[in-house]
Design a protein around this ligand. Structure first.
Ligand code: NDP
Ligand code: 8X3
Length: 253
């Protein structure tokens, strides 16, 4: 049976890498993000390479509760059986001491990383194909395991993801839905560019002298997690670059 994976935030970085790898592995893909043009290109490329899979894309801002409910409720019937939900859409905005933090940045992080994940999960859980294997994978972070200087609100949102992953595992236990948290350290994506509001130079410095993880590294880990036997669940997986010991201790050459 071909399984269907729903990936939020598939227009870039880890989400896009998951789409690429899971297409190669033969999964059907339900992809969303705000930048629909990127998803269109990704869909065309993937279908040209893997013509036997199905891909459905749609524009979604996970911060908008009504839009999330309507878009997911309005999916074509053949897309209303979902095996795997990858709650990946997320972002960091700013890296300032809490006393200098920007309230707009805080709201965007809380609305996307916590509320967006909740809205999508609430809409998708009733559509999960529990008879053939259902699994929710939440993108946490090393920032959900520790707090680093100026990480304040981003770290708080990822600690919330950690708590919600644990809560989902308890609440969904009797439905047989697996729940996993994948917690990466530094991954070179558009993450830092978004964190620094488009400042590419500042973003590049984050990865200078160090080999960070790639989106593909994380996607391969997610593939491992979602292909364990039915009786095995990986609860929580922290994945770091070899050169990174903690959120802030990095061996730069
Ligand atoms: P990217 O910026 O490359 O990708 C983020 C993705 O999230 C994009 O596809 C973006 O799509 C989507 N997204 C952001 N806001 C929204 C929204 N409101 N509605 C829908 N989609 C949204 O970053 P990463 O790939 O690195 O980040 C993916 C996840 O991994 C995040 O949850 C992040 O916190 C987490 N993470 C990242 C790490 C890193 O070092 N890079 C480390 C640990 C965790 P669009 O803009 O088109 O909507
Ligand atoms: C992203 C990793 O260390 O920048 O979640 O917070 S970090």
């Amino acid at each position: 049976m071909t399984k269907t994976v729903f990936i939020t935030g598939a227009s870039s970085g880890i989400g896009q890498a998951c789409a690429e790898l899971l297409a190669k592995e033969g999964y059907n893909l339900l992809l969303c993000a705000r930048r629909l043009n990127r998803l269109e290109k990704l869909k065309d490329t993937l279908l040209a390479t893997y013509p036997t899979i199905q891909i459905h894309i749609f524009e979604l801002d996970v911060r908008d509760a009504e839009q999330v409910a309507n878009q997911i409720d309005g999916l074509p019937p053949e897309w209303k059986k979902i095996n795997i939900l990858i709650n990946n859409a997320g972002l960091s905005q700013g890296l300032d001491p809490i006393q200098d933090g920007d309230i707009g940045d805080w709201d965007r992080m809380i609305d996307t990383n916590i509320k967006g994940l909740l809205y999508v999960s609430k809409a998708v859980i009733p559509l999960m194909d529990t008879e053939n294997g259902a699994h929710i994978v939440n993108l946490g972070s090393i920032a959900g395991k520790e707090v680093y200087p100026n990480g304040n609100v981003y770290c708080a949102t990822k600690h919330a993801v950690d708590a919600l992953t644990k809560a989902m595992r308890i609440d969904l236990l009797t439905q047989g839905i697996k729940v996993t948290s994948i917690d990466p350290g530094m991954v070179e994506t558009e993450f830092s560019e978004v964190r620094f509001h488009g400042d590419r130079e500042k973003a590049k410095n984050v990865y200078s002298g160090v080999q960070p993880l790639t989106g593909k590294d994380v996607a391969e880990t997610i593939l491992f997690v979602i292909t364990r036997p039915a009786h095995v669940n990986i609860n929580d997986l922290l994945i770091m670059p070899t050169a990174q010991a903690t959120g802030t201790i990095v061996n730069r050459k």
